[in-house]
Design a protein around this ligand. Structure first.
Ligand SMILES: *Cc1c(COP(=O)(O)O)cnc(C)c1O
Length: 371
């Protein structure tokens, strides 16, 4: 019997019977490491991102790190990103040996192209936008900034499988980096994927993930073990096949929450900027005029009403001592991101929610704000 949740969780894994069948077949095959199932998952990602290549790796962090490694950055080269992100974005930049610079956020909590342009200089080599909460960054304008200056783009699409700007999927604008971590829209427990149409980048990442090895014991470069396994891939394949369906469930849930919540005083519902197809990894509201402390009281009231929430992210990633003091971190001012970190609150939006759950969530938030 399934345990009854007394709390509506912020995320829920939906593995399904087909994954159980595929995992069982992998276990019976005796081939547990990287093999044909990984290739199948790669093909599904290349199709979803509209790229020629997809390379599976062991995590989203590994995807970001290898994407940056493949760009051959040198000490002193700068990568511009948003500080309103998960720590992996910054860790990958610093591991690559590049210097991290920070642009402020704009629409949809994603990086603001004008703010990026303002800090571009002759050391800038790449832009690393995050499609935060599943909302694509403003890729059209970021592409313009990049192409004017000959910059590369690496996309942190960890939260955004299936998202698009216009009809063009995320992961196709630059080197796309996806995460398959337990809470992500498509999950294999741990895992990651790099998408690209650049054959040289794809080849380098294939080598780097596997000890720099071309054929057995033929080493072309120094490398790592960042491989995904067939057991993991078997969990992800059915989820990729029904991605359109699970995404449309998320979008439906978001629409219902927005319908119930919009117009609530003191609250801004998530926006879907013009032309950007949001996949609602998170449904994130802003508590207008709030402080981090007031937000905690709202979180507490929702918890008492049986609703789990998330704060993504409570602090800017460059604000922690270990990063603020890091020699490769430049502390660019980003006041809009700082304000967002105090005011955002994510509500459950995952595909397993029932209509009654959504009504309960919206009502409980309105009560929590009134109290
Ligand atoms: C999850 C996540 C990552 C890292 O992915 P892992 O698979 O956990 O290594 C990177 N960036 C963002 C924005 C994420 O949400």
């Amino acid at each position: 019997m399934e345990a009854k949740h007394d709390v509506i969780p912020i995320s829920a894994v939906d593995v399904g019977v087909e994954a159980r069948r595929l995992v069982d077949a992998v276990l019976r095959s005796g081939h547990l490491a990287q093999g044909p199932k990984v290739e199948e998952l790669e093909a599904l990602f290349a199709e979803a991102a509209g790229t020629d290549h997809a390379v599976a790796v062991s995590s989203g962090t590994a995807a970001l790190f290898l994407a940056l490694e493949a760009l051959d950055l040198e000490p002193g080269d700068e990568v511009i990103t948003s500080p309103f992100t998960f720590v992996a974005t910054l860790n990958a930049i610093l591991a690559s040996g590049a210097t991290a610079r920070f642009a402020d956020i704009g629409e949809g909590f994603t990086i603001d192209p004008d703010s990026v342009a303002a800090i571009c200089n002759e050391r800038t080599k790449a832009i690393l936008p995050i499609h935060l909460y599943g909302c694509p960054a403003d890729m059209g304008r970021l592409e313009a900034v990049a192409s004017e200056r000959g910059l590369r783009i690496v996309e942190d699409a960890a939260q955004a499988v299936g998202a698009a700007v216009g009809t063009r999927p995320v992961g196709s604008y630059g080197v796309g980096c996806f995460s398959l971590y337990a809470t992500k829209n498509v999950s294999t427990g741990e895992g990651g994927m790099v998408t690209t149409s650049d054959p040289d980048v794809a080849e380098r990442i294939r080598l780097l993930r596997n000890q720099g090895m071309r054929a057995r014991y033929d080493y072309a470069m120094t490398g790592f073990n960042f491989r995904l396994t067939d057991v993991q891939a078997a969990i992800g394949i059915p989820q990729m096949r029904r991605l359109a369906e699970s995404t449309s469930r998320r979008r439906d849930n978001a629409r219902r929450l927005t319908h119930a919540l919009q117009g609530t005083p003191g609250l801004t519902v998530p926006s879907e900027p013009e032309g950007r197809f949001h996949v609602y990894h998170q449904y994130t509201v802003r508590l207008d005029g709030s402080t981090a402390e007031k937000r905690l009281r709202v979180v507490d009231r929702l918890r008492k009403a049986g609703i789990d929430t998330g704060i993504y992210y409570p602090r800017l990633v460059n604000g922690y001592e270990c990063f603020a003091a890091h020699e490769l971190v430049v502390m660019d001012p980003t006041p809009r991101a700082a304000l967002a970190a105090d005011q955002v609150l994510s509500l459950p939006v995952h595909p397993k929610l029932a209509e009654a759950d959504l009504e309960h969530i919206a009502g409980a938030l309105q009560n929590a704000l009134d109290a």
